[in-house]
Design a protein around this ligand. Sequence first.
Ligand code: FNR
Length: 360
Amino acid sequence: DIPSHIASVTDYEPIARERLPADAFAYISGAAADELTLARNRTAFDALALKSRVLADLRGGGTALSLFGCDFVHPILVAPSGRHRLCDPHGELATLVGAGGAKAGMVVSTEADIRLEELAAAATAPLWFQLYVQHDRAYTLDVVRRAEQAGYRALVVTVDAPVHGLRNRELRAGYRGPKLSEFANLAGLHTTHFAHADLGESLMFGGYLEAVPVWEDIARLRRATKLPLILKGIMAPEDAQRALELGVDGIIVSNHGGRVLDSQPASIEALPAVVREVAGRVPVLMDGGIRRGTDVLKALALGAAAVLVGRPVLYGLAVAGPAGVAHVLHLLRCELEIAMVLTGCRTLSDIGPQVLWQPG
Ligand code: FNR
């Protein structure tokens, strides 16, 4: 059940911390190295102020949108994340029920604990599949075919994690993740290159890079599938430009919740320059640090078409299963609607830079 004193999304985190084993909590809540980027994803949102507007007639408005051929009633999606069984025995099947209840889109991770086919069969709303390009490219293509056949509506290729981040918090808490081939979606995968170095040897430049994804993989994926292709993990406008040249259908500005390269700016800080570069040619989404409806409003004000939410969904799942997931997403949607009313926005397309307070 949902604890009755929960008022906001962040109230779930301390309860999740109590309920989860310490190593699982470290995996979910943690980020890379000193977690500077994790913190900045939040402080950058807090530093943006809003400009309230009064007495606007907002009747007939709403939060509906269409993205890559999918209709959504609000712009808040579940970000892809692995290992939901750490939070609920039904894993992503529970998350799916919660997301469906809140009418939120969901991106299923390659590293889900439930096979992508089983999730698609249980879905009540359009699902997108998040792909990690594996060292074995033929295997990777097979995963894409499975996602197509199962009815996924878009392919989200995560490009910002060719190597595992420095997960110091996980190490300190004794967290050990499964081998790649132990993930439900990656059964039988042979991994040939590992990031490991004996003393005096190179970690990255002794063979590991032979198999990591490169731009040519995106070109190949573009040729290989008719699914909308979305790149997740873009922070540099130059990379957005290159992605567009290869014909991608969308971009997700993301620093992976601070989990890969530390010392990056917040996603919300990187968003404006990417939006400028893309110049309306494809939708730009963002994630990282969304904890309030006002954060959603700020992201949309800076040009995001929609946002994704990572950790809060997992905390909701850990505390109250599907009901917790639905509650987290519902809270954010309600808060967004209140923020729209108080800034005079009738629809999502009304949300622009004018809702942000400009000093002077
Ligand atoms: C992630 N994220 C992630 N991203 C991805 O593309 N594939 C994945 O398998 C995972 N796995 C994963 C596990 C966990 C436990 C977390 C917390 C995150 C990153 C995720 O999609 C998203 O970018 C961030 O979580 C967004 O930041 P917030 O909302 O957590 O602040």
